[in-house]
Design a protein around this ligand. Structure first.
Ligand code: URA
Length: 441
């Protein structure tokens, strides 16, 4: 069947056979399906959805666009290989940069295939691309050796691993086709399965800063991914998270790497980021069989964070993938910095009562930190830092955040957008609830 026939059937609401989906994805890999056809297919899927068997077929076809890593010759106890992913949220992807070295410090082996920024959310790979020398698309052999020596390593799809996701991802980013249970399932699960783990923990966010609007939508996505994982014979834990507020204090590539190093070295630790990082890591430790009790696993993770082992493993990962050996000691010496770095103040005094987190993510895209074309290079230096959280006092002398921009004009546009996105009240609002709201295993 021609690609246009497959697109037409999905456009008209038909259910595709696994063989049609496999043929379409194979065509993407062979270069026989154009970017325009990928865009039309993803829009048809976005509008008409996919059945559970179609989502399984899409995930497996995308996985099989490359190879599945075989760890048997690596001298690693394979039951310790556990993957992690975030389904997307403003500020949420950096949790991967915290969890992978922390899990490694606890004895897990964590091969991680992540993604780039997608629409208004950032991506781990853009963050790591801001580190000079760090190779986010190495050969599979280099990646596996990095996982073995550092305990964990984060890269993106490569010509070898889930290459179809690379192409589909870049088109979805700029065609308003991100928020689809089927497409997110295929994108995430193809990467998770290609890494060859023995289990996985995935955080699935909902709220104004996430692709899924409500906890019910997030639950549907979690159940979809869980179904693909169990179909592949892998245990999984899905953690539903509340992403109605900014995660942590920074968004941007280099700016989130600085936040990562500050967190791992203990210079600054946001309470909700700490909670989410320890919760995810504890689940990985239990899936790896290193502890049977989740509280003991969390205590182990907390101790490895406190004693500096997680920071050390982050440094080992950076070095193993080509980055500077002294990165953790001197991150700012190596990372790009924006030309204009200034705080933005609220126009009235009060307390942050809420925020439209998606709008804040779009302010980053406007600064040049997100893409408008599939293969566009983004500015890795721009971002927002020191973002105030719900409940914090702000005003004409108390900043909402600091904006890192390429020019005064772009700084002004982003400042107006941030001011409009943050709601301020005269009285302190109710504190934010827990970031993890449900667990599905
Ligand atoms: N993360 C991914 O890797 N893919 C998506 O589609 C969303 C989040």
């Amino acid at each position: 069947m021609q690609p246009q026939d497959i697109i037409r059937r999905k456009r008209d609401g038909e259910v595709l056979d696994a063989s049609d989906i496999a043929a379409f994805v194979r065509g993407i890999g062979d270069g026989e399906v154009s970017e325009g056809q990928i865009g039309a297919f993803t829009m048809a899927v976005y509008l008409n959805g996919m059945t559970a068997p179609e989502r399984v077929a899409l995930s497996l076809a995308m996985r099989d666009s490359g190879r599945v890593l075989d760890w048997s010759a690596m001298g690693i106890d394979e039951k310790l290989l556990i993957e992690k992913h975030s389904s997307g949220g403003v500020g949420d992807e950096k949790i991967t940069l915290l969890v992978i070295p922390l899990a490694a410090a606890c004895g897990v082996f964590a091969p991680n295939l992540s993604g780039w920024g997608l629409d208004y959310c950032g991506g781990e790979i853009d963050m790591l691309d801001s580190i000079p020398g760090y190779d986010t698309a190495p050969s599979s052999e280099t990646f596996m050796a990095a996982v073995k020596s550092a305990g964990g390593a984060i890269i993106g799809p490569t010509p070898d691993l889930a290459p179809a996701d690379r192409k589909i991802f870049k088109v979805r980013d700029v065609t308003a086709t991100v928020e689809s249970v089927a497409l997110i399932t295929g994108s995430i699960m193809s990467k998770k399965l290609a890494a060859g783990p023995r289990g996985m923990v995935i955080t699935v966010g909902s709220g104004s800063g996430a692709y899924m609007a409500t906890p019910d939508d997030a639950r549907e996505l979690a159940e979809s991914m869980s179904e693909v994982a169990s179909g592949a014979g892998l245990p999984s834990v899905m953690l539903l998270t509340d992403l109605n507020a900014f995660v942590g204090t920074a968004i941007g590539a280099a700016t989130e790497v600085i936040e990562t190093v500050d967190f791992l070295t203990g210079r600054h630790r946001d309470a909700r980021v700490t909670d989410l990082t320890l919760t995810v890591t504890a689940e990985m430790i239990v899936l790896a069989g290193l502890e049977t009790d989740i509280d003991a696993a969390r205590a182990l993770a907390a101790s490895r964070l406190k004693d500096g082992s997680a920071a050390r493993h982050f440094g080992l990962m950076v070095k193993a993938l080509g980055g500077p050996a002294d990165f953790v000691e001197r991150p700012a010496d190596h990372l790009p910095a924006a030309a204009v770095i200034k705080p933005v103040f609220a126009t009235e005094s009060g307390f942050v009562a809420g925020m439209n987190t998606r709008e804040i993510g779009l302010a980053l895209v406007g600064l040049g930190g997100g893409r408008k074309l599939p293969e566009e290079a983004i500015d890795l230096s721009v971002g927002l830092t020191d973002f105030r959280q719900v409940g914090d006092a702000v005003g004409p002398d108390r900043p909402l955040c600091t904006i890192h921009a390429r020019s005064e004009a772009e700084w002004e546009t982003a400042a107006a957008r941030v001011r409009a996105a943050v709601q301020i009240s005269d009285t302190p609002p109710a504190p934010l609830g827990p970031i993890v709201i449900e667990r599905i295993a």
